[in-house]
Design a protein around this ligand. Structure first.
Ligand code: PGA
Length: 260
């Protein structure tokens, strides 16, 4: 099962996860990091930027984003290409030629999934995948009903996800309807999954993903099929977990050699 770590705040999660990533990139400078967008990973990227300033070197690491909107004009500030560039590539000092985001341009969209899968395979695969979870239970943009065997492809966003993401755009109408996203099968190939969630709004999705039945109706529950998963949540996001006492007990008694 997943290891569940309940922390006091998103900042504390950012410190914990960034410690781990910094350690991994020092051991393996060509680490392949799977990166997420949205609000959730921001504390991790902020904490990593501070470490970069103190000498942790990301210039040889690779990054692969989970997803991208389809059809936003080149350079749109809310395209995930732009978000990753702003939040990760520049502040952490990644080599831009080693940072990959699915190609969301309409031209050639039929083959964008295949091309992304080929790039992932050529990289040797993701070592550590950061994940957020949507209120619909999506990971990446795999909305309810996504196949556990799916690879990178075009999907249609739910109206709920479009409404959730409208805060990044001028209005709901500006939120694209389609996206390209790594599939659940793609995500499950990563060697280590780290799912993060903060706030009461995520409590239901987290409880379902971690403790609910494994079902395509709640795509985040796919994490239960993976051998190495770390879930890092604040108290509010943990508030609907049935076994939270056990998770705290396990953390308090964790053998020091185990690491994450
Ligand atoms: P958020 O989005 O991090 O902005 O809450 C998470 C997601 O939709 O996967």
């Amino acid at each position: 099962m997943a290891e569940v770590i309940i922390v006091d705040s998103a900042e504390a999660a950012g410190r914990l996860v960034s410690d781990h990533i910094a350690e991994q990139v020092q051991i393996a400078p060509e680490l392949v990091l799977g990166v997420a967008t949205g609000s959730t990973p921001v504390p991790v990227y902020r904490a990593l930027a501070q470490r970069q300033a103190r000498g942790v070197d990301f210039s040889r690491a690779f990054a692969f984003a989970l997803d991208e909107y389809v059809g936003l004009p080149d350079g749109h500030p809310e395209s995930y290409r732009a978000v990753i560039d702003r939040e990760l590539t520049q502040p952490l000092g990644f080599d831009p030629t080693r940072v990959n985001v699915p190609d969301g341009r309409v031209e050639g969209i039929e083959t964008t999934g295949e091309r992304y899968e080929a790039a992932l395979l050529a990289s040797g695969g993701v070592d550590l995948q950061l994940l957020g979870i949507g209120t619909t239970g999506h990971i990446g943009f795999n909305e309810p009903g996504s196949s556990f065997g799916s690879f990178t492809r075009v999907k249609t966003l739910t109206e709920q996800t479009r409404a959730d993401n409208a805060r990044f755009f001028g209005s709901l109408d500006e939120v694209p309807i389609h996206c390209v996203t790594q599939g659940l099968g793609t995500i499950l190939r990563a060697r280590h999954l780290m799912l993060l969630a903060f706030g009461e709004g995520k409590a239901k999705a987290i409880a379902a993903a971690v403790e609910g039945p494994v079902t395509a109706s709640l795509p985040g529950s796919a994490i239960q099929l993976h051998a190495h998963v770390t879930v890092v949540v604040d108290e509010a996001a943990a508030s609907r977990l049935k076994h939270s006492d056990y998770y705290r007990w396990a953390q308090a008694n964790k053998p020091a050699w185990q690491g994450l």
